[in-house]
Design a protein around this ligand. Sequence first.
Ligand SMILES: Cc1cc2nc3c(=O)[nH]c(=O)nc-3n(C[C@H](O)[C@H](O)[C@H](O)COP(=O)(O)O)c2cc1C
Length: 195
Amino acid sequence: MNSTANTVEPGKQAIKPALEVIGKRFSPKAFSPEAIDQDTLDSIMTASTYAPSCFNEQPWRYRLFFRSTGEYNKMLALLSASNQEWAKNAPVLVLGYTKKHFDRTGEENHYSMYDLGQSVAHLTLEAMEHGVYTHQMGGFDRKKATQTFSIGEEFTIAVVIAMGRLNTDLIGDIDKNSVAARRKRKSLKDILIKD
Ligand SMILES: Cc1cc2nc3c(=O)[nH]c(=O)nc-3n(C[C@H](O)[C@H](O)[C@H](O)COP(=O)(O)O)c2cc1C
């Protein structure tokens, strides 16, 4: 079956999550460069630490880049050209990476990416609760990011997250068509396996 068969935009299904913030979140491209205040940023990053993780290892790590700094520009330059076009307006870029081995045993942690993903999910929902949008990106040069920011070989770089408030003037131009197209979801019957 076509993987997009029976897809529908979130919020248009008959059943909706009770948590409003889940329904509100989407990944925009129309970011406003307006800075995120420190208290809000602290809440968002603290939420990322509340995620569960295998053996409570908390393998996730985040490096924050603030717009108009040299380090931000270095991070931006490592994004794919199509991501740079819109991410350049976000006041904060977050590089997410994760520790490959357990601290406790030194063995490979097969849940390291899984745990980072859960942590990022917490971060995105807390951000949304503050009216701060997030847009995760896999489109960047991991190898160069590892070198540029001296990420140790015990870590795997996973994601860059653009974070900021919406630029409502831009949203019609940038996000009008693409958001609806990108946000189609499979129906429950396509993901719930029943006997
Ligand atoms: C790991 C990951 C990598 C992604 N990479 C990109 C990317 O490089 N560029 C982009 O525009 N969107 C990227 N996205 C955003 C997805 O396209 C988006 O989350 C998806 O279409 C669902 O839309 P929504 O987040 O608005 O609900 C990525 C999302 C995730 C979780």
